[in-house]
Design a binder for this molecule. Structure first.
Ligand SMILES: *Cc1c(COP(=O)(O)O)cnc(C)c1O
Length: 395
């Protein structure tokens, strides 16, 4: 099938929920993808912060093939060694003591929200159910997570939304303080706002937020769906912020491309759930957990994370040099290999032109490019992309 045939077939049979770029990839290796016409692309999107090990990583291919040939799925009616082992490793490598597995980010946040509500009702009374989130955040597309996500464009047309979510302005601690009441069970934030355009909280915001949550006796939930799994240069972003959350959600890179999500909590909070209170048919099946365990094994290695930090530093230095050669770069924001670049021009034409030149980019906001490449990206692939970006910004 030609690319045009694939586009026609998609438009005929697939619901029209995505504004897609007119390319269809058929193969990948490392940080490169190839389209149906054999054209090669450098991938700085990585399936939206999913393909942390790049494409077709040999260890992940081996694990998925072996596990698929052994056992894929048995349901949560039974015990599952792969799930237990992955949960153990996630807890050893984080603050958490208990894990719930699901299949996506939105589902991981749903689990966190349900956990926080049950915890609130059991510990602070029936009227304690509200979760405070930030304007400009992104927590997923289920109805409850649309309510949690502080963006009008994702909420419009879906009323009535579930109650119990309240947004406060980004960066405004006193707004959080004023909003916390006896109805509040949790505050949920991304350590860095990903879809918001790689926004960093003001200095000390998160540690002050943690203090506030402790004083008021409400849970702090970190949505690390995008920032987790080495993206920011440590296995989890919270490690760099001097703040330990009560609950953390993961998805995106957790399976390195195989769908899996997780909600992690401390012992005290995690023990809130009892049999029958939450469930997922697919959640944590053998195949997903084997994939995630391989990904976690590679990314949690100290040398791997050191290389991510070094590549991130190199990336930023290259961008800053590029900034001196073009007037179109207004701001650069970065943690590890999670990078936002504000442009003085609309970002969409830049994304489209870069794609034609063989560089895959994405713009979560009108004037902001976001780079979330595979974590295995090499310095020379940073340079390769910067050259293309420079050409495109000259146009
Ligand atoms: C992508 C993302 C989600 C939603 O994940 P899905 O797998 O698309 O449901 C939630 N929170 C954050 C921070 C994300 O980046």
């Amino acid at each position: 099938m030609s690319t045009q045939d694939i586009i026609n077939l998609t438009n005929k049979y697939v619901m029209d929920t995505y504004a897609r770029l007119p390319v269809c990839f058929v193969r990948g290796a490392g940080s490169y993808l190839w389209d149906a016409d054999g054209k090669k692309y450098l991938d700085w999107v990585g399936g939206i912060a999913v393909n942390a090990l790049g494409h077709s990583h040999p260890a992940l291919v081996e694990t998925v093939s072996r596990q698929a040939a052994t056992l894929m799925h048995t349901s949560n009616l039974f015990f599952n060694a792969e799930q237990a082992r992955l949960a153990e490793r996630l807890c050893e490598l984080s603050f958490a003591d208990k894990v719930f597995f699901c299949n996506s980010g939105a589902e991981a946040n749903e689990a966190a929200a349900k956990l926080a509500r049950r915890w609130g009702k059991e510990n602070r009374g029936e009227e304690c159910f509200e979760i405070i989130t930030l304007e400009g955040s992104f927590h997923g597309r289920t109805l409850a997570m649309v309510a949690a996500t502080g963006q009008e464009k994702v909420q419009k047309g879906f009323a009535p939304l579930p109650e119990g979510f309240r947004q406060v302005p980004f960066g405004d601690l006193s707004a959080v303080e004023k909003s916390i009441g006896k109805q509040t069970c949790a505050v949920m934030v991304e350590p860095l706002l990903g879809e918001g355009g790689v926004l960093l909280h003001p200095e000390a915001y998160l540690s002050e937020l943690k203090k506030l949550c402790q004083e008021k006796g409400v849970l702090l939930i970190f949505d690390e769906i995008q920032t987790g799994m080495g993206r920011t240069g440590t296995l989890f972003a919270y490690e760099q912020m001097g703040v330990v959350p009560d609950v953390m959600t993961l998805a995106k890179a957790l399976g390195g491309g195989f769908p899996i999500g997780a909600c992690l909590a401390s012992e005290a909070i995690g023990k809130t759930f009892h049999p029958g209170q939450h469930a997922s048919t697919f959640g944590g099946n053998q195949l997903a957990c084997a994939a995630a365990r391989t990904v976690l094994g590679i990314i949690s290695d100290a040398n791997f994370l050191e290389t991510v930090r070094a590549t991130g530093n190199f990336f930023e230095a290259q961008l800053k040099e590029l900034q001196t050669r073009t007037k179109k770069i207004q701001a650069i924001r970065r943690k590890g290999l999670m990078i936002g670049v504000d442009l003085s021009v609309p970002a969409k034409p830049v994304v489209e032109m870069a794609l034609k030149e063989g560089l895959i980019l994405n713009n979560p906001r009108e004037n902001t490019l976001r780079f979330v490449p595979p974590l295995i990206l090499k310095n020379k692939q940073v340079q390769e992309g910067i050259e293309i970006l420079e050409d495109v910004l000259k146009e």
